[in-house]
Every structure is written in structure tokens, then in C-alpha cells.
Design a protein around this ligand. Structure first.
Ligand SMILES: *Cc1c(COP(=O)(O)O)cnc(C)c1O
Length: 479
């Protein structure tokens, strides 16, 4: 399989190159040139596979043996999941007869992002060792990406991460996770600004082609195609668990922020898995507005109880448009440019209709989040984090727990990661030895103050990292 950009250039690249370059030369995001087919027959064969085995199958459909022999792919992926807290990696909790909660949060940072991030860093390390090269990932995070990426590169000498988070928008434990990692390839900045400021800075730096090339700079945000590819696997595994008979429909409800997870679900649907997808946002509802009303304008980020979903624009919507428009770079560029110019964005009708055929969306407000957290505890003795609560609120209020047979709510973070929110809702704390351990560790954090020149400071840090690798004589520049 080769990969192409969502903005229409005819450049085709390898999987390795999708990991190393954040954007295409035309500014687009990388996608597999076609969606691989997964037939019902295949799903029947996969019915009893473990989660890791499904990941291996999905990866093998995308990454050719020329790039990584299948045997090595399997070993690499087994290695990627070694640090998970349960050996099954993911598991289902039955809430009611119809509704299962898929726990995606048993990785090191206790968020679903660990599922794909650990593979991204393992693939990167694999290719970098072969190239005798290094890589610096620039990461903007509204909550969980930073911790997940930082943990995933521990012990991987060829990768550094520079993580920026908005100081007042992340939870205490999310911040502690990032700042308690002692490894010297992890560089964490608390920023006096919001996610929009950080995204702007990131685009500015990652679009500077010369700087990017000189410093082997990229990202591990959900811009990275590998993350979506691996995330397809948990939707497929959810399907295999929930479908009584292969071929039955399963409803999957996905808490949505940057829309990487729901785009992975869309890919699984397009590959042929009979899933009905439901994307739920908090009051940062851009994704809902486009999908349901086909009209949206850039808005400021609002702080909510579900911080990892507090974003102004779901970056992966670009990929959704591309997939729904039969890979039209023109339609993607027109839509995204309109939006970024602050104008109202509308999609051509056939594109909008296609998206609506595959997914429904809804907004869950602060009250909805709170009451779903309470209801899960009082009626089911089950704790959910505020992000997962958006999915459950949707299920309860839309009667999915009554009208549909096989419903899966994606639980995207561990509730113990949000003690202050549990407390504010009136729930008892969730004990966690992992969180207790993190609290005790020493913290270190760099600052980007409001009035300083952020771009200069970050670029200097990145140049220093490059110098470190060159001095170590570990590597030569990639390009
Ligand atoms: C990142 C995240 C989300 C949103 O996922 P996207 O792929 O960005 O839509 C939801 N919940 C939690 C806990 C997250 O960390």
C-alpha cells in the first residue's frame, strides 16, 4: 500500500514516510491510497482473535512486506503493548444487556490514545534505527495526547518529544503525567494560552519546510496516519465482541474531539464492517455542526468537564471530507480554506449526504456529562470519566439502551484520572495506585509565558535537540 495526501497532489509515499513527515507538500494529511476491504468472511475468521491480533491484521492490510516483513510487524506490535496494565490490552464491561463499555484506557497514560501511540513510537524507532537517524515530534495537546506520546518514547533513544499544553485547560493529573517523566528525550511546556494559540504555533512551525527538514521534525498528533490505522482495530474488535452473528449491525458511540477516533471508525465502516457510528461532542461542537447541519464557523474553545475534547476544529475532519468526496483534494482544500478564513463552511451535498449515511452526531452539555457520570454510578456501580460520560449520556437520552441490541460506548479515559471532576459531581474517588505513584514523583516543566516569543523559544529547543543527536554522532540528517 502507498499513501497520498488529502489535498490532491499525486505524490505517493511509503508508510515510513507518513510517520516521518507530518503534512504533504501540498499541506494535506496522509491517507492510505485506498481503504482495504474487510469482508464478512474475513470478520468470521477474525471472530476469536485477541485485540493485538486484530491490530496485526489491520496493520498487515496497510503496511507491505517490502517495508516491514510480516513476522517483524507482529513482533513489533507485541512489543508495543508490553507496558499495558492488563495483558488483554482492552476489555469490555457490560453495563446493561444491550450496552457494553469498551475500556480503552489500560495503557500507561490511562487514555485511549495509548492504543495507537505505543505503535507509532515503536514503528518510528524501528525505521530510525535502520536509517541511523533521529526524529523530533512536536505535540500540541489539550489533555491526553501529551502524556501518551511522552510515555511512548521512554527508552526510545532516537525520538524526542516537545509537548505543549494550555496551562489552564488540562486536568491536574493530565499535567502531572506529562511533567513527571524524567527521561531527557521528553520536553514539556505549560503554555499561557488556549488550544487555538498552540495549534496556530504548531502549524506555523510544521509548515516551515526548511526548518522541518533540518531538524527531522514531525508530530505524533492524530495528524499521523498510523494512529488512525491502529485505531481501526479497536472498532473492529468491538464489532467482533458485540455482534451476536457476524453481519449484524453494532452501534458504536465515540466521544469526539479532534475526530481521530471517529475517523478510524469511519475507515472501519468503509472497509466493510457493519457498524453504525455515533460521534458525540461536548459543547465544542464543530464536528456536530458540520455533520448534522452542514454549516459551521470557527469558534473559540470553551472549557468543559471533558478537556480532551475541548478543541476548536476537529483536524481529522479533513480526512472525513476526503473519504466522503471520493478523494477530492479540491473539495477538501476549498472547505478547509473557507473555514480557516473564518467564513461559514458548507460541503457539497453529495459529500454531506455520504457522511450522514455513515454517522450521526450529538452535543452533550455540562449537565449531560454530570448526570451520566452519576447515573452510571448509582444504577450500575460503574465509574466513567467525563469524556466517556458524553457517550453514555447520548445512549441514555436517545434510548439506544432500549431500541438497539448491540451498543458499544467507547471509554476513552480512566475515571481515576479526573478526581476533581468526580468530586465536583458528588462521586466518591476512584482508587488508583498508578495515580498515587505519579503524585509522588518529581515534576519538571518549561513555561511559555504570554508575552514571550513562543516561536523563537520552541525553535531554539528543537535546534538544541538536533545538536544533541548530531553531537552524539548517532545519526545523519534524513534528507
Ligand atoms: C483524545 C481524547 C478524546 C477525543 O478523541 P479524538 O480522536 O481526538 O476525537 C476523547 N476522550 C479522551 C479521554 C481523549 O483523550
Amino acid at each position: 500500500m502507498k499513501f497520498r495526501s488529502t489535498r490532491g497532489s499525486d505524490q505517493l509515499i511509503t508508510f515510513e514516510e507518513t510517520l516521518l513527515s507530518a503534512y504533504g507538500k501540498d499541506g494535506g494529511m496522509w491517507m492510505a491510497e485506498r481503504v482495504p476491504e474487510i469482508s464478512l468472511e474475513t470478520l468470521k475468521d477474525w471472530k476469536h482473535l485477541s485485540y493485538i491480533e486484530v491490530v496485526q491484521k489491520v496493520v498487515a492490510l496497510h503496511v507491505s512486506e517490502d517495508e516491514i516483513p510480516y513476522k517483524e510487524q507482529e513482533e513489533l506490535l507485541n512489543r508495543a503493548y508490553q507496558k499495558f496494565n492488563i495483558k488483554e490490552v482492552v476489555k469490555m464491561a457490560a453495563l446493561t444487556k444491550q450496552v457494553q463499555v469498551m475500556e480503552l484506557f489500560h495503557g500507561e497514560s490511562m487514555a485511549f490514545k495509548d492504543l495507537a501511540m505505543c505503535c507509532v513510537s515503536e514503528f518510528l524507532q524501528y525505521f530510525l534505527e535502520k536509517r541511523k537517524s533521529f526524529f523530533t515530534a512536536f505535540i500540541a495537546t489539550s489533555g491526553d495526547t501529551g502524556g501518551s506520546a511522552a510515555y511512548s518514547v521512554c527508552g526510545k533513544p532516537n525520538i524526542d518529544v516537545v509537548v505543549l499544553y494550555p496551562q489552564t485547560f488540562v486536568s491536574e493529573i493530565q499535567a502531572m503525567m506529562m511533567t513527571s517523566i524524567p527521561d531527557d528525550n521528553v520536553h514539556v511546556y505549560a503554555v499561557e494560552g488556549d488550544m487555538m494559540d498552540i495549534d496556530e504555533l504548531m502549524i506555523e512551525i510544521l509548515y516551515d519546510k526548511e526548518f522541518v527538514a533540518n531538524n527531522n521534525l514531525g508530530t505524533m498528533n492524530s495528524i499521523t496516519f498510523c494512529r488512525l490505522m491502529v485505531q481501526m482495530a479497536h472498532h473492529i474488535w468491538a464489532y467482533l465482541q458485540a455482534a451476536k452473528v457476524i453481519g449484524d449491525y453494532v452501534d458504536i458511540v465515540v466521544p469526539t474531539g479532534g475526530a481521530g477516533n471517529i475517523t478510524a471508525c469511519f475507515l472501519a465502516q468503509l472497509s466493510g464492517v457493519p457498524i453504525r457510528a455515533h460521534a458525540v461532542t461536548n459543547i465544542n461542537d464543530c464536528f456536530h455542526q458540520i455533520v448534522t447541519n452542514n454549516s459551521v464557523k470557527l469558534a473559540k474553545v470553551k472549557k468543559t468537564l471533558a478537556p480532551a475534547m475541548d478543541i476548536s476544529f476537529p483536524g481529522n475532519f479533513e480526512r472525513v471530507i476526503w473519504l466522503a468526496s471520493n478523494q477530492s483534494g479540491e473539495i477538501v482544500s476549498a472547505a478547509i480554506n473557507t473555514f480557516l478564513n473564518g467564513e461559514e463552511m458548507h460541503l457539497p451535498e453529495f459529500v454531506h449526504n455520504k457522511i450522514q449515511k455513515y454517522m450521526q452526531t450529538a452535543i452533550i452539555d455540562q449537565e449531560g456529562i454530570k448526570s451520566a457520570m452519576l447515573k452510571c454510578y448509582s444504577e450500575h456501580k460503574y465509574f466513567v470519566c467525563p469524556h466517556t460520560a458524553t457517550a453514555l449520556s447520548y445512549i441514555f437520552t436517545r434510548n439506544l439502551d432500549k431500541d438497539y441490541k448491540n451498543v458499544v460506548a467507547m471509554a476513552t479515559a480512566h475515571p481515576a484520572k479526573f478526581p476533581e471532576i468526580l468530586e465536583s459531581v458528588g462521586l466518591p474517588p476512584v482508587p488508583s495506585t498508578i495515580v498515587d505513584g505519579i503524585r509522588k514523583q518529581e515534576k519538571r516543566c518549561l513555561k511559555l509565558e504570554k508575552d514571550s516569543n513562543w516561536r523563537d523559544l520552541i525553535c531554539k529547543k528543537i535546534v538544541d535537540i538536533t545538536a544533541k543527536h548530531q553531537a552524539n554522532n548517532k545519526s545523519l540528517l534524513c534528507n
